[in-house]
Design a protein around this ligand. Structure first.
Ligand SMILES: [Zn+2]
Ligand SMILES: [Zn+2]
Length: 80
């Protein structure tokens, strides 16, 4: 048995809507990918939140084209 993130593995594509403008947000990938490539902009929003994520969740960054907002969403891993 293995725990996989459905988003990282292309198994699921949840519909995340922007809290500000209601647009469907775009999945920009797992947050770990952003740590390799240091981005001060994302860092501000996100580093505070990453501590609250438990080990069985994958944190994803979603981007809103409507208002250029970003949001991090904790995705529960699923058993395979
Ligand atoms: Zn993931
Ligand atoms: Zn928006």
């Amino acid at each position: 048995m293995e725990y996989l993130c459905p988003l990282c593995n292309g198994l699921d594509q949840p519909e995340v809507r922007c809290r500000r403008c209601g647009e469907i947000m775009e999945n920009c990938g797992a947050i770990q990918e952003y740590y390799d490539d240091y981005s001060p902009y994302l860092d501000m929003h996100v580093t505070r939140m990453i501590d609250g994520v438990s080990g069985d969740q994958c944190l994803h960054v979603f981007f809103c084209k409507g208002c250029n907002g970003i949001r991090s969403v904790a995705v529960n891993l699923v058993e395979y």
